[in-house]
Design a protein around this ligand. Structure first.
Ligand SMILES: Cc1cc2nc3c(=O)[nH]c(=O)nc-3n(C[C@H](O)[C@H](O)[C@H](O)COP(=O)(O)O)c2cc1C
Length: 368
């Protein structure tokens, strides 16, 4: 029964859960087999679909792995705003010869059913995003031997996770690809520059809570992993870096776009889902981002057919190309090769910081 992160993986490298198909069972299993911690994303799946993927991973590796759940979201506050956005997107549906989606999709993402499966047939690790589970839920997972992680984007969220009884926090910096795991989505903070960079956030969280920290956001090289470990993290969680692997289920156009000079930057946007998420800036994001309402997951279901039709037509300009700020550094290596490379880079960076293996003798410690 794992009691510490170090019991779960040989190397301090976690492959981020990536809903939408990227974190396939093949990817999760390959990372875990290589000594990292692979993750499945249960978001947008049924409990049964999640269980099938768990079974697949178990068939591919005997190493520990994790499953990530979306926390249930509040009832849709402003249905009228979604209808206005539907009108705004009508031309997209016509262009891609599809219909806009039904927004009645479940806001609880089958949370209770998924938890019931995970209690019945436990997995080594369960992480949560978009909120913090209550103490009872975390205790129930603890009782079946599951290590629990809550994603946080502020020190206050980290305190809430500690109070609820989580085993660790995944500290997600503003650099991160995909959705920000913010506990309560507040449209008033849009465009205010409120998001905090990863190194600052690790320091803030470490001042406030004693839980182990898994650091996420913009990490693409072993030297960056060394940096977050030096800052006090117990492990690093990488999404975009693993997105490019052949085992990742991301669309080939999405993988290509990560290093395509056509895509020069990322932005946080509500355009595709109604909740802030970081993606490569494409036409859809540029044209609709400024008008998208704070209505997750209604907007996710609204835009789903357009995103799918664009992918089918081979057009990345209306796909949600989630990516972290480090996307240009993506390497299309098999997961085992990427793990090996990251581990070697991490070792080299640690040697450089501390060449004799003694504390305080590295170039930062012994200068002048
Ligand atoms: C395509 C994609 C999908 C993601 N889906 C999820 C998810 O389902 N659950 C989750 O907790 N985080 C998700 N994330 C965020 C990651 O957990 C992590 O915070 C992020 O990838 C770290 O930043 P990086 O991409 O720069 O490495 C996703 C990220 C990406 C790129």
């Amino acid at each position: 029964m794992p009691t510490a992160l170090t019991d779960l993986c040989r190397h301090p490298i976690v492959q981020a859960p990536m809903a939408g198909g990227a974190s396939s069972p093949e990817l999760a299993a390959a990372v875990s087999t290589a000594g990292g911690l692979g993750f499945l994303a249960a978001g947008y799946k049924t409990a049964d679909g999640m269980y099938q993927e768990i079974t697949q991973v178990r068939g591919l590796t005997d190493r520990p792995f994790g499953v990530n759940l979306f926390m249930p979201q509040p009832e849709l506050a402003d249905a009228a705003a979604v209808e206005v956005y539907r009108e705004q997107l009508a031309g997209e549906a016509t262009w891609y010869e599809t219909e806009l989606g039904d927004t009645a999709g479940s806001a609880d993402d089958g949370y209770d059913a998924k938890l019931a499966v995970l209690r019945e047939d436990p997995v080594p690790v369960v992480s949560f995003t978009f909120g913090c589970p209550d103490r009872k839920t975390l205790q129930a997972l603890d009782r079946v031997g599951t290590y629990t992680v809550v994603t946080v984007t502020t020190a206050a969220e980290a305190r809430a996770a500690q109070e609820a009884g989580a085993d660790a926090v995944c500290v997600q910096g503003i650099e991160a690809g995909g959705h920000q795991g913010t506990h309560r989505d507040d449209p008033h903070s849009d465009g205010t520059g409120a998001g905090v960079g990863l190194l600052t956030l690790i320091a803030e969280v470490r001042e406030d809570v004693r839980l182990p920290v898994i650091a996420a956001g913009g990490l693409m090289r072993g030297a960056q992993i060394a940096a977050v470990l030096a800052a006090g993290a117990a492990a690093a969680q990488l999404g975009t870096a693993f997105l490019a692997c052949p085992e990742s289920g991301a669309h080939p156009l999405h993988k290509q776009a990560l290093t395509d000079p056509l895509f020069t930057r990322t932005e946080l946007t509500r355009a595709f889902s109604g909740r802030p998420a970081r993606g490569l800036v494409n036409r859809f994001l540029r044209e609709h981002g400024p008008y998208a309402p704070a209505a997750y997951p209604a907007v996710h279901y609204l835009t789903s057919p357009v995103r799918k039709a664009a992918a089918k037509a081979g057009d990345p300009q209306a796909m949600s190309l989630w990516a972290g700020q480090g996307h240009r550094l993506a390497r299309q290596l098999p997961a085992s090769g990427l793990m090996e490379t990251l581990v070697a880079e991490l070792a080299a960076a640690r040697d450089q910081l501390n060449p004799s293996g003694a504390a305080g003798t590295g170039p930062l410690g012994s200068a002048s």
